[in-house]
Design a protein around this ligand. Structure first.
Ligand SMILES: C[S@@+](CC[C@H](N)C(=O)[O-])C[C@H]1O[C@@H](n2cnc3c(N)ncnc32)[C@H](O)[C@@H]1O
Length: 555
């Protein structure tokens, strides 16, 4: 463990020990201006004089032959032979460079001339180069070159190492699957897909990586090909693993206070005294509680048995909140069993008006009745009809909740069999049933309701076919309009998905995901029904927008 130090409390540091020791800079006598002149005038030895003369001569020749290289001539003029190595190393732009042709000399001399000429301008003393110095300089140069070459090689090797080599998918499928290897490969493929242009193996196509991704996700998480493919299409690659991991993890246990019997504060107090560790579910709900742990079974406490709360997922509160039931309304819960949402609706209606709870499955109606009874709901009748034919029984509701039967792809954490049981046919069947149910629900609504005329459609599926696809279908068949759900969190529904294009108002629908909202995957849409124009012969519906326009014109 490192020490914790509050650096803000420390004052600004003064000069260091070394700095304090040093006095003001003074120029040594030997370097003072007057002395320096003497030094330059110093008499040179015979050999040095000869070398200096030679260098001066070279410089003079160079100056006289200096030419400005033209852009087109630059490469032809044997620039490679005449331009010094250091210029190439610095990577200057040849097109704008001045080329200084040198007299023809040996390679060695050429090196020394270029460098010495520079030195010559700075300090005469340095002109004197002993054989040992020359040797050492050459060795330094050789070392520098070697160093640069090895650096280049290393960079290439590293670049090569980063390229993830795409294995042959067919041979992989035939091999026994080693999960840690598959997991590692998954991450590598996702990494490549995140920056495909730079990280892909040259010549490889995106589709090849996606095929491998599909294969590995299927193996690692145990999905069938159809569903994993759907999930890959739906969830951004950057979130895929998070989503799939969330589908492996149970959501937190949550309960809803039954306000017909108690207040949340009182319920929380009673449960805490029994050793339940809990908290309010979040700012968005006044009735939800999240249970962290408990010394007693939450489904068997005296408070539960006496109907003071319902055990239900956080997401199942959302459609009822969107429905916003009012007292004394006539409300239908078309697919109600086992009654988590129905009993919440009744509580918001304060046990007034009429709540019709329907479910097609007789067996499930038993648990619905049991919950209604336990929760003290008294404004309800339970019926057992096919929702697709409900208008033959009843209609004229102020509000309807259609919590439709679905694939359950939002609740995989609860039911792992979804991973392998869903097929294209199954989803099509679901979607078809949902479309039939939604049209019937709209028809059972009272468009002229003074308080409502609203339908809330919800599913615990994340698939577009069961959500936006169904709402878009309803918009095209009935005189309804998508309105705001009133839910201030969640992700907007799709208005376009792959080749599909939906009505722009679909953005008012809400999606919830296990990995982002830590609740079951859910979809909520709210529709408002408008009255039919009976004067238009042969037309069953009129788009809501046109109707609204006409209403505006009339007013
Ligand atoms: C998602 S569950 C409803 C959950 C319920 N709303 C709740 O909160 O407890 C869907 C229900 O639709 C019912 N169902 C399926 N097909 C139906 C149909 N054609 N008409 C009415 N109900 C149907 C199922 O029996 C199931 O209970």
């Amino acid at each position: 463990m490192g020490r914790v130090k509050d650096f803000k409390l420390l004052g600004k540091k003064g000069p260091g020990r070394k700095a304090r020791k040093q006095g003001d800079p003074t120029i040594p006598a030997a370097l003072r201006e007057d002395k320096k002149i003497d030094k330059v005038k110093k008499k040179l030895g015979g050999r040095i004089r000869q070398r200096t003369k030679k260098r001066l001569l070279n410089l003079a020749v160079a100056a006289s032959t200096r030419v400005t290289k033209t852009k087109s001539k630059s490469k032809k003029d044997s620039a490679g032979e005449t331009t010094s190595e250091s210029e190439h190393e610095e990577g200057r732009d040849d097109d704008e460079m001045e080329v200084i042709p040198q007299p023809s000399v040996s390679d060695d001399e050429d090196d020394s001339i270029g460098e010495e000429a520079d030195d010559f301008c700075s300090d005469d003393e340095e002109l004197v180069e002993l054989p040992i110095e020359k040797k050492s300089r050459k060795r330094d140069k050789k070392l520098k070159k070697e160093k640069e070459e090895s650096k280049k090689e290393f960079t290439q090797q590293m670049a090569g190492h980063e390229v993830f080599e795409l294995p042959d998918i067919e041979s992989i499928s035939n091999e026994p699957q080693d999960l840690p290897t598959v997991s590692q490969r998954l991450r590598e493929v996702l990494h490549v897909l995140a920056n495909f242009k730079d990280l892909r193996e040259p010549g490889r196509k995106r589709k090849e990586y996606v095929t491998l991704l599909e294969h590995d996700l299927k193996v690692y998480y145990g999905y069938n090909e159809y569903l994993i493919d759907k999930i890959i299409q739906l969830i951004p690659h950057s979130e895929l693993l998070e989503f799939l991991d969330a589908c492996e993890t149970p959501r937190p246990v949550t309960i809803r206070t039954n306000t017909l019997k108690t207040r949340r504060r009182d319920l929380a107090g009673a449960l805490i005294s029994r050793g339940v560790n809990l908290d309010p579910i979040g700012d968005w709900s006044k009735v939800g509680l999240v249970i962290y742990d408990s010394q007693v079974p939450i489904g068997a406490t005296p408070e539960y048995l006496s109907g003071k709360y319902m055990m239900q997922g956080a997401s199942s509160l959302l459609p009822v909140m969107a429905l916003a039931p009012q007292v004394n309304e006539r409300i239908l819960d078309m697919c109600a069993a086992p009654g988590g949402k129905a009993t919440y609706i009744a509580a918001l209606m304060k046990n007034t008006g009429l709540l019709v709870c329907n479910d097609y499955k007789k067996e499930r109606c038993k648990s619905l009745i049991a919950n209604i009874y336990r929760m003290g709901v008294q404004n309800t009748i339970v019926c057992n009809y096919d929702g697709r034919k409900f208008t033959k029984v009843m209609s004229g509701f102020d509000r309807i909740l259609l919590d439709a039967p679905c694939s359950g792809t939002g609740v995989i954490a609860k039911d792992q069999s979804v991973k392998t049981s869903k097929s294209e046919v199954a989803i099509e069947r679901c979607s078809h049933m949902q479309k039939e149910l939604i049209l019937e629900a709209i028809d059972a609504l009272n468009a002229s309701s003074s308080t409502g005329g609203y339908l809330v459609y919800s599913t615990c599926s994340v698939l577009v076919e069961e959500n936006e696809g169904v709402i878009d279908y309803a918009l095209s068949r009935r005189n309804v309009k998508v309105v705001d759900t009133g839910l201030n969190f969640g992700v907007s529904g799709f208005t376009r998905f792959r080749e599909k294009r939906f009505h722009p108002s679909l953005s008012l629908t809400k999606r919830f995901y296990p990995h982002t909202h830590n609740m079951d995957g859910f979809f909520v849409a709210k529709l408002k029904k408008f009255p039919q124009k009976s004067t238009i012969v042969g037309s069953k519906q009129q788009p809501a927008e046109e109707e609204e326009k006409e209403e505006d014109e009339e007013t």
